[in-house]
Every structure is written in structure tokens, then in C-alpha cells.
Design a protein around this ligand. Structure first.
Ligand code: THU
Length: 160
């Protein structure tokens, strides 16, 4: 038996340390939370993708009475971006969330597993790292690529 460890590297920023592009993207993600449809969870998530051409595309979680029919903010944003701009890689994806009291989370929002899987495929599709910014009022995580958020990931290469 051999124990193995997989490390992921994150950077923790305060908002005042970010450049104007990232601040703009985070604000777009925060604003997107107000366009979520969350009558069931009352948990509002916003995602904003900056495409390689500079365009910002946003998404928010959209719920449904048939719960699994709803979709997370990240996938709404990524699928919309890919549907509208199929030849544009995603440079950075910013994510923010508000709890049922309407407050932005203090710790950086952790994306769900299914969204991480879609982020990975999006990154691989364009063969270009997708930076991810996870907003929290007490700090913002920067992850250098989607692969870092999903160690031991399943992708198309596993089926070969
Ligand atoms: N949600 C997201 O939009 N993104 C995530 O990464 C985590 C969860 C949504 C799904 C559902 O509408 C609500 O948050 C509660 O799970």
C-alpha cells in the first residue's frame, strides 16, 4: 500500500487586491444572484463568465417544482455562453451566492460536483485554462483552472 496525496493550489484575495476586470466580473456574478429563481431553496447563486473576446455572460440558478429539473447558476452561465458563443473559450468564471436571509456568503462559495464536471469539460473543449473566482465577503478564492477543482476527474480520456 502506498498513500498518495493530491494537492490543490488556491489563492485567497481580498476584494481590494483584485484588478478592475475581476472586480467587474465579480460584480456581474453578485448581480446575477438577484435574477435567480429559487422559490424552493431560497439560495441564490450567480455566475459570470468572461469570454476570451471580453464579453461577459451571466447565469443564475433556476429551480423547478420537479427539483432535478432545475439548474445551477454555473451551468446556466456556461451552457448559455457555449450556446451563444461556441467558438469562445472562457477566460474566467466568477461565482457568488446569497443565503436565505439575502446575505452574500462570508466564505467562498463552493461549486457543486456536477458544475465542476461541466467546468472541466468546458475547459478541455477549448484547451485553455478557465480561471475560477469564488466569492465570499471575507475573501475570494482564485483557482487557476477547472481541473484543480476536480481531482481524479472523469473525462473523455477515461473511455479510451
Ligand atoms: N446551486 C447552484 O446554483 N450552484 C452550486 O454550485 C450549488 C447549488 C443551487 C442549486 C439550487 O438551486 C440551490 O443552489 C440549492 O442547492
Amino acid at each position: 500500500m502506498r498513500e498518495q496525496n493530491i494537492h490543490i493550489s488556491l489563492r485567497l484575495y481580498q476584494e481590494e487586491e483584485l484588478n478592475t476586470d475581476d472586480l467587474e466580473l465579480l460584480e456581474a456574478a453578485r448581480q446575477a444572484t438577484y435574477r435567480s429563481y429559487t422559490p424552493y431553496s431560497h439560495f441564490s447563486v450567480g455566475a459570470a463568465a468572461r469570454l476570451a473576446n471580453g464579453t461577459i455572460v451571466t447565469g443564475s440558478n433556476q429551480e423547478n417544482a420537479a427539483y432535478p429539473s432545475g439548474l445551477c447558476a454555473e451551468r446556466t452561465a456556461l451552457f448559455y455562453a457555449n450556446a451563444q458563443y461556441p467558438d469562445q473559450a472562457i477566460d474566467t468564471l466568477a461565482i457568488a451566492a446569497r443565503n436565505e436571509r439575502g446575505d452574500f456568503l462570508s466564505a467562498p462559495i463552493p461549486p457543486c460536483g456536477a458544475c465542476r464536471q461541466v467546468m472541466l469539460e468546458t475547459e478541455q473543449r477549448f484547451q485553455r485554462p478557465m480561471r475560477i473566482l469564488l466569492f465570499g465577503t471575507k475573501g475570494i478564492y482564485e483557482v487557476k483552472d477547472a481541473g484543480s477543482l476536480l481531482p481524479l476527474s472523469f473525462d473523455a480520456s477515461a473511455m479510451k
